[in-house]
Ligand binder design. Sequence first.
Ligand code: TRP
Length: 321
Amino acid sequence: MGTNPRYLSGVQPSGILHLGNYFGAIRQHIERQDNAFYFIANYHALTTLHDAEQLRRNTFDTAATYLALGLDPQRATLFRQSDVPEVAELAWLLATVAGMGLLERAVSYKEKKDKGIAASVGLFTYPVLMAADILIYDSDVVPVGSDQVQHLEMTRDIASSFNHRYGETFKLPAYKLGVPTPVPGLDGQKMSKSYGNTIPILLGGKKLKKLVMSIETDSTPLEDPKDPDTCNVFALYKLFATEAQQQEMRQKYQGGNYGYGHAKLELLGLIKERFAEAREKKAEFDKNPDLVEDALAVGAKRARAIARDVLDRARSACGIV
Ligand code: TRP
């Protein structure tokens, strides 16, 4: 590990992980495992998910999916946010230095409220808990999508306020903006749980086929040439295919007598192939949930030791004994 900067990221277990999550974040997490901390933000999910059984199931599923996709719990630290309850205490300490004005400017809070999510105190202070998540592990780098940049700026702001008031306590984290990978959903809009247009990563069999066959396309007749660059099926195919495969499909589109149904079947084949091994592993985890629990226990232990130290540092800095 040594000088390898510490990466940290959280994923909310608010739904079944889909291809948008995979290409947007998870794939990068699996690629970067040394000195990496990835956690399942179940405390955060409580701000929007109010069904206990579903939260439990999604939390398990998220962990199992990460493991099935190749996260090695000996290398990366994978854990449930709530297995390190110290983070909630740190969130309180941070809440006493975070300005109301800072939180009131949070775009994601306003967006969620506009979507009709009840404005609980927890939803409002979401960024404070997120700051605690990041600061409690002395994180160096947080990989984010553009929607989370403001939260990272708030984290730095809150850490600076604390350091200014009580002396150097927290490391200021940097964020790393990922290159956006557009993943269209079944209807061509951005793939997102809130649009109900997702393809779950580890879906298989008839359910997967049914979804892929339902991708929206235009009504160009079978015989006519088609434009790959305006087609949702091709856009998804590109995410899975080699350059050569893409060129080939391009030519078929432009040559005519090649229907969207054909393209969908080729896409289906590549999705199945890419996740075949992971799908099998996931099925095994579903049968033996203890394997997932064991992996999470390893992560929680490692994460908690660090969190305890940082929390103690913060407590003593502000006079809590
Ligand atoms: N807010 C993040 C999201 O919705 C999830 C999250 C919670 C997070 N805590 C975090 C991400 C800490 C990075 C670091 O995607």
